[in-house]
Design a protein around this ligand. Structure first.
Ligand SMILES: Nc1nc2c(ncn2[C@@H]2O[C@H](COP(=O)(O)OP(=O)(O)OP(=O)(O)O)[C@@H](O)[C@H]2O)c(=O)[nH]1
Ligand SMILES: [Mg+2]
Length: 241
């Protein structure tokens, strides 16, 4: 049977994290949850430890250092502890644990990665302001179009990876953060010939805590797509010569 680890990056998620961790363990009782907390001043890490559940642990990092680095640290711990499947999800309850069994089972049945997608039939974003919907929808079209990714939701942070795909992708060398991190990971999956399956998810806006999304993160993702498209083009060009 697969050994599943669920990696959850957190910064100031005390109002969500307990519900999230118990929700995950209710649907995946044999999984391990690794919360990667960047010294949240609101006591998020303590809230997880207070649960006293041996299946939930906290990786405490000394300060806020970005989402990409938090995922990388969480994946490293999961792989070191013997994960065969690594899930990543947000703590703010926009990623509903009810989708976990399907994401995991798709990878168990042979996919390299399963992505919880808002932009396939049956998927949706609810309660988001129009501007967020617009940015997310067109950001995904831009990334997929520029990079030739046959993935409808390359910015989704709700995913399951097989351990072998993570290793093959050399996830530790990904440099982007935030949405850029998800796009760069998707680009690597596609470039290394991975089998990626999208599962429809309904994604509600967070109801507690604050979003960490900034214009800097959006700008970084925009530039990253250009950079990856340019390096793809150069690689293709070199092959043709
Ligand atoms: N460890 C760590 N976690 C982070 C950091 N930034 C964000 N997070 C967590 O990453 C997850 C996603 O962050 P959100 O603020 O929900 O960002 P988002 O989902 O892209 O944006 P919203 O849809 O507006 O909520 C949440 O669980 C955050 O607590 C960080 O620098 N370090
Ligand atoms: Mg969120």
């Amino acid at each position: 049977m697969a050994t599943t680890f669920v990696v959850v990056p957190t910064f100031n998620e005390v109002d969500n994290v307990t519900r999230l961790v118990t929700g995950v363990l209710a649907v995946l009782p044999t999984a391990q949850v690794v919360v990667v907390d960047d010294a949240s001043p609101d006591g998020t890490a303590d809230a997880v430890e207070r649960l006293g559940d041996p299946r939930a642990s906290v990786l405490r990092r000394p300060g806020k250092n970005g989402l990409g680095a938090a995922y990388q640290a969480g994946f490293a711990v999961a792989l070191e502890r013997g994960a065969s499947i690594c899930v990543q999800m947000d703590a703010d309850l926009s990623h509903d644990p009810r989708y976990l069994p399907e994401l995991v089972s798709v990878v168990e049945r042979g996919a390299d990665a399963a992505i919880g997608s808002r932009y396939v039939p049956g998927g949706a974003c609810v309660d988001w302001p129009r501007l967020r919907q617009f940015l997310s929808r067109w950001g995904n079209r831009y990334a997929a179009g520029m990079l030739g990714l046959a993935v409808n939701d390359a910015t989704s942070g709700f995913r399951a990876y097989s351990a072998s795909a993570l290793t093959r992708m050399d996830y530790g060398s990904v440099v982007a953060e935030g949405y850029g991190f998800q796009v760069e990971m998707t680009h690597r999956l596609v470039r290394c010939g991975a089998r990626v399956v999208e599962i429809p998810i309904v994604f509600p806006d967070r109801t507690a805590g604050e979003s960490k999304l900034t214009y800097r993160i959006i700008g970084e993702a925009f530039r990253l797509v250009l950079k990856l498209a340019w390096s793809d083009w150069r690689r293709g060009h070199r092959r043709r010569l």
